[in-house]
Design a protein around this ligand. Structure first.
Ligand SMILES: *[C@@H]1O[C@H](CO)[C@@H](O)[C@H](O)[C@H]1NC(C)=O
Ligand SMILES: *[C@@H]1O[C@H](CO)[C@@H](O)[C@H](O)[C@H]1NC(C)=O
Ligand SMILES: *[C@@H]1O[C@H](CO)[C@@H](O)[C@H](O)[C@H]1NC(C)=O
Ligand SMILES: *[C@@H]1O[C@H](CO)[C@@H](O)[C@H](O)[C@H]1NC(C)=O
Ligand SMILES: *[C@@H]1O[C@H](CO)[C@@H](O)[C@H](O)[C@H]1NC(C)=O
Ligand SMILES: *[C@@H]1O[C@H](CO)[C@@H](O)[C@H](O)[C@H]1NC(C)=O
Ligand SMILES: *[C@@H]1O[C@H](CO)[C@@H](O)[C@H](O)[C@H]1NC(C)=O
Ligand SMILES: *[C@@H]1O[C@H](CO)[C@@H](O)[C@H](O)[C@H]1NC(C)=O
Ligand SMILES: *[C@@H]1O[C@H](CO)[C@@H](O)[C@H](O)[C@H]1NC(C)=O
Length: 498
């Protein structure tokens, strides 16, 4: 009885007093991965408070410092064997990737491996040991209460998932799952699930209706009813989570909360993936966010009130992913931070500022070479025919008086003059599209909404699309920020205009 009470207490400590949150996964298989400062700028613009990284990239952890953003980091599968075989390797990993950054960077979670049972079955035998070594290292640093350790698993290890009350884990993994669940229970951690109604729907040969996968309203006769519990399920997401709860309870673990570490829907696919569409992706992710954050519907039918926080897969489209076209199209944003589609989140309001409003600006890149910025600024205010008068001393956009700020004003004005045409925000690689409005004080930038500008005829020769070459800083995360204020001679290009 005492033990039972202890477990109950542990359970409520983990979940009951926490609200569910929405986070995003940040995959990095992009040919032009944004610099960490740009990633963080996007997160801030969209008011995203929770992210999951697939590694423990130092540049990202530094950029996330002092932002208030909660961070889940990962031990990549490639490093799993080493950590599972040596507690000192695990201790070094924690020292380098956690202790060195905490608490400035609010690391809340360590995901040890990813889909290990299905993606790297050879490492399954050391998986629990790896979790324990990482956890011991946290204990040694007195961080085990702040930082949870778990491992995201594919929902495909749950068999016969409908009805949920009859779901069970593939028995061949019980030798791993029993000690794993025991560890998660004793350490007060989560059962992490990668859950894709898209694939469940795709693989169901028409048994699962699209609307049921997309959280869309179903006619009562189409709702799925669990004949054993008489619970009605109106979406695949809830049914899969309850299947996980039942599968755990068949192994006698009844108090480990589920966290969804990945879920999403692709916005584009090959011809044999007809349901990977912009509209379905938008519907799924918008409904998912509203569902998770709905204070009146916290949890699932089996565990109402128990928050199921969820990380959306994923922030960016990953253009260098291999496999079917859908693999490259799970993102909410492209590499310029422009939304792929506008989420419909009316009323939920706790993540994604104003939905993902399609408002884009053209800005000088972080860390761009100041001489190149100056040259591009001169071009924009001269041959580019931008009216740069607001940059003159005493005018609205003179402050801050540095080349990056002035270039941003000129670049953005030019970009809108050109009707946001492809290639019109490049300037030999020193400019990039952003969703962050650079307006400040009385210096108002041209916004993309309700403004189609006046199209001027001008050669766009310096605005060719040289995106592929990129700048080394963006690729290497070197973090060469534009630090010094460079005063420039307004008169040089003023002469050109007049
Ligand atoms: C690793 O395990 C050994 C043997 O159990 C123990 O003596 C040692 O203190 C551990 N090292 C760390 C870094 O935890
Ligand atoms: C870090 O995140 C946790 C969990 O959300 C929160 O309780 C804590 O206050 C945060 N710490 C800091 C320093 O912001
Ligand atoms: C259960 O897991 C084993 C080991 O990965 C696999 O060979 C088998 O096909 C799985 N069973 C089912 C029904 O998926
Ligand atoms: C779960 O507990 C019941 C009752 O104590 C026991 O009979 C059963 O064998 C246990 N199942 C597992 C998988 O440990
Ligand atoms: C939640 O329920 C309260 C009272 O029952 C109601 O006023 C509120 O509108 C509901 N909120 C949502 C998002 O449905
Ligand atoms: C954003 O605007 C561009 C240009 O007007 C348009 O092509 C694109 O489809 C829009 N995207 C969204 C998500 O509305
Ligand atoms: C955000 O949405 C509100 C309400 O729809 C609107 O008044 C406001 O102008 C929007 N802000 C931006 C930056 O689009
Ligand atoms: C510009 O906007 C006006 C009013 O919204 C519209 O009538 C006009 O067709 C637009 N011009 C272009 C080139 O989009
Ligand atoms: C502007 O460009 C268009 C198409 O390129 C051309 O037809 C038109 O004559 C140009 N107008 C001026 C004033 O140069």
């Amino acid at each position: 009885m005492a033990l039972f009470l202890l477990f109950l207490l542990a359970f409520s400590a983990v979940s009951a007093d926490e609200d569910a949150f929405i986070g995003v996964n940040i995959g990095t298989d992009l040919s032009d991965m944004p610099h960490p400062t740009q990633v963080v700028a996007l997160l801030k613009t969209q008011q995203l408070q929770h992210v999951r990284l697939y590694n423990a990239d130092r540049g990202m952890l530094l950029a996330l410092a002092n932002t208030g953003i909660r961070v889940a980091i990962s031990v990549p599968n490639e490093q799993l064997l080493g950590i599972g075989q040596s507690n000192s390797t695990a201790a070094n990993w924690v020292a380098q990737n956690v202790v060195a950054h905490y608490p400035a960077t609010n690391i809340t979670t360590i995901c040890v491996g990813s889909d290990v049972l299905t993606a790297l079955p050879n490492a399954a035998r050391i998986l629990v040991t790896a979790l324990k070594f990482i956890h011991s290292a946290l204990v040694a640093s007195n961080l085990d209460r702040q930082i949870k350790v778990s491992t995201p698993l594919s929902s495909s290890i749950i068999l016969d998932s409908f009805p949920p009350s009859q779901a069970f884990f593939n028995h061949s993994w019980n030798p791993v799952l029993v000690p794993l669940l025991s560890f998660l229970q004793s350490s007060g951690s989560y059962f992490m699930l990668n859950l894709y109604p898209y694939y469940d729907y795709m693989n169901s040969n028409g048994v699962i209706p699209l609307d049921y996968a997309l959280f869309e309203p179903l006619p009562a006769n189409k709702e799925a009813v669990d004949a054993n519990t008489l619970v009605h399920y109106s979406n695949v997401f809830d049914a899969m989570i309850d299947a996980a709860y039942f599968a755990m309870s068949f192994l006698n673990f009844t108090n480990i909360p589920v966290m969804v570490t990945e879920s999403g829907w692709p916005s584009k696919g090959d011809s044999n993936e007809p349901d990977a569409t912009l509209e379905n992706a938008n519907t799924y992710n918008s409904n998912l966010i509203r569902h998770v954050l709905d204070p009146n519907k916290t949890g699932t039918p089996k565990h109402p009130g128990i928050a199921v926080s969820t990380y959306i897969y994923e922030l960016y489209n990953e253009d260098t992913k291999s496999g079917p076209l859908s693999e490259k199209n799970w993102g909410l944003f492209n590499d310029n931070g422009v939304p792929i589609y506008t989420l419909q989140l009316k009323g939920s309001g706790q993540a994604f500022a104003n939905d993902t409003a399609n408002q884009t600006f053209c800005s000088a890149k972080e860390g761009a070479d100041s001489k190149m910025l100056q040259a591009a600024l001169d071009w924009a205010c001269g041959p580019g025919k931008v009216d740069c008068a607001p940059l003159l001393q005493g005018q609205s956009c003179y402050e801050p008086d540095n080349v990056a700020a002035h270039a941003t004003y000129a670049f953005d004005t030019y970009y809108h003059l050109m009707g946001r045409a492809p290639g019109s925000c490049d300037f030999n690689g020193v400019a990039a599209i952003t969703t962050t409005d650079p307006s400040h004080g009385s210096c108002m930038f041209v916004s993309s909404i309700g403004n189609n500008g006046t199209f001027l005829n001008s050669t766009a020769s310096s605005a060719t699309d040289s995106k592929a070459s990129g700048s080394p800083a963006r690729v290497t995360y070197a973090g060469t920020f534009f630090g010094g204020i460079i005063f420039m001679k307004v008169l040089v290009w003023l002469a050109v205009i007049l």
